[in-house]
Design a protein around this ligand. Structure first.
Ligand SMILES: Nc1ncnc2c1ncn2[C@@H]1O[C@H](COP(=O)(O)OP(=O)(O)OP(=O)(O)O)[C@@H](O)[C@H]1O
Ligand SMILES: [Mg+2]
Length: 440
């Protein structure tokens, strides 16, 4: 699911970036193209500046000579004009270029055929042309080319657009190459940032998946015990209940285990969702701790554990319920994991803004390699897994989550076959939004 989400996010972002890039580049290309088109048209339209002076035709109000001789008008581009009669035959050529008569005639023929305007290829170059009626009727000097006043004449203007076309196509190539390069770069950047953004989500998703898998696995064990033992009962229907007690005990312990597990799972669900929903009030920590201890006192006594209490009076603003749950988890562990005739130290003290609660007990202890794992959900050390039926490996993970909510931290020290010490530090400094605040 996360992978699908990642793929979709990358695809959508890439499409979005591609659209923006393409639009930007298309806009650059289109503006250049339109500018060039209008420039060319402007240059071509200058063809209408045909003048009559003293019965003779001139272009651009210049003398006859200047029309025929090399004439370069700055900004007008490379062009030539032709005056043609009503059958499209050239009557006069105004050109500064060295083209053969044949080529001019070929150009005129083509342009006459396609009078609406277009592009013709002459001498390996492309010429855009316009054909327009000459602006006036006039006489032209020489006998053989004389134009009567009312003769219909047309003006053709050819503009060399080879270079502008070339520059346009090289712009298109440049934009395509830069576009592809940028797209590749953006694609890599998008992948990098998407992966970074998704990582915490992926971790949470993995944890959730692991949790569901572990919870199902843990539930399967007592369920299979129950179903096996029920199966045995069915095969011996004629026996009395007291004769079947062994199977019934197994079923009952399976039910107890499932009950404990489900309760713990509910507690986890509650601590996970109750984030931000704390009920803060003035709480006497020493009382909550004593109260929690009283729940387990009988267990300590049964194992003849020496309990040493050093409990200072501490009042703080915090969530009493959560705190009670937290203390219960450590009391439960101490009562379970302290060896018979061992000892248990319970210490509560405060220093400035910081409150420390210590739970120290003798016993098997926790091996160094197990220490980082004991806060993981469903983690139990091997000895505990074998010895204690009522252990689910959920207590410390719940404790961790509670302490996180209150803005504190848990530290653990242990030496195998000697002792284990858990220290909870709650501090006004670390706790944002006043979730924990020492009053006295
Ligand atoms: N006071 C302790 N002394 C020695 N080992 C401990 C102590 N507290 C916890 N541990 C070790 O850490 C493991 C995890 O403890 P945690 O409280 O999370 O689970 P649990 O006690 O096994 O089961 P649960 O609390 O869910 O009933 C325990 O299985 C045990 O191996
Ligand atoms: Mg526990």
């Amino acid at each position: 699911m996360i992978n699908q989400f990642r793929k979709r996010l990358i695809t959508l972002t890439t499409i979005f970036v591609a659209i923006i890039l393409t639009t930007a580049f298309a806009a650059i290309f289109l503006t250049t193209y339109l500018k060039q088109k209008s420039d060319n048209l402007e240059k071509l339209n200058q063809a209408e500046q045909l003048r009559i002076t003293g019965g003779k035709v001139t272009f651009d109000e210049k003398s006859d000579d200047m029309v025929e001789i090399n004439r370069i008008v700055p900004g007008a581009g490379v062009y030539f004009n032709m005056l043609v009669d009503k059958s499209g035959k050239p009557m006069m050529i105004d050109s500064a270029l060295k083209l053969s008569k044949k080529q001019y005639h070929k150009a005129a023929k083509y342009a006459w055929k396609n009078r609406a305007g277009g592009v013709v290829k002459i001498n390996g170059r492309e010429w855009q042309y316009v054909v327009a009626p000459a602006i006036a009727k006039f006489d032209y000097g020489s006998k053989e080319q004389s134009v009567e006043k009312d003769d219909e004449t047309y003006l053709m203007r050819f503009l060399d657009i080879t270079d502008s076309k070339k520059s346009l196509s090289s712009l298109a190539i440049t934009l395509t190459i830069v576009g592809i390069g940028l797209m590749l770069l953006f694609f890599l950047v998008i992948i990098y940032f998407t992966n970074r953004a998704i990582r915490p989500m992926e971790e949470a998703w993995q944890k959730q998946k692991q949790f569901v898998a572990d919870a199902s696995h843990e539930l399967k064990t007592p369920l299979s015990i129950i179903s096996t033992n029920v199966g045995v009962l069915y095969t011996s229907k004629d026996e009395t209940i007291s004769e079947q007690l062994k199977w019934l005990d197994n079923i009952s312990s399976g039910i107890d285990r499932m009950n404990g597990l489900v309760n713990n799972l509910l507690r986890i669900a509650k601590t996970d969702t109750s984030f931000e929903q704390l009920t803060i009030s003035e709480v006497q920590l020493d009382r909550v701790l004593e109260n929690s201890f009283s729940h387990y006192e009988a267990k300590f006594e049964a194992k003849q554990i020496t309990v040493n209490k050093m409990i200072a009076k501490v009042t703080a603003r915090t969530d009493e319920n959560l705190l009670g749950q937290l203390f219960d988890i450590f009391m439960d562990n101490a009562s379970k994991y302290t060896n018979k005739n061992g000892s248990f130290d319970l210490i509560l003290g405060t220093k400035g803004k910081e409150t420390t609660i210590k739970f120290k007990n003798t016993g098997d202890g926790i091996a160094e390699e197990d220490l980082p794992k004991i806060f993981d959900r469903f983690y139990r050390t091997n000895e505990v897994r074998q010895k204690y039926a009522g252990s689910y490996g959920l207590g410390l993970s719940i404790a961790q989550s509670i302490v996180e909510q209150l803005g504190g931290k848990i530290e653990v020290k242990s030496s195998v076959k000697e002792e284990t010490e858990f220290t909870i530090c709650l501090s006004s400094k670390n706790s944002r939004d006043g979730k924990y605040k020492v009053i006295s």
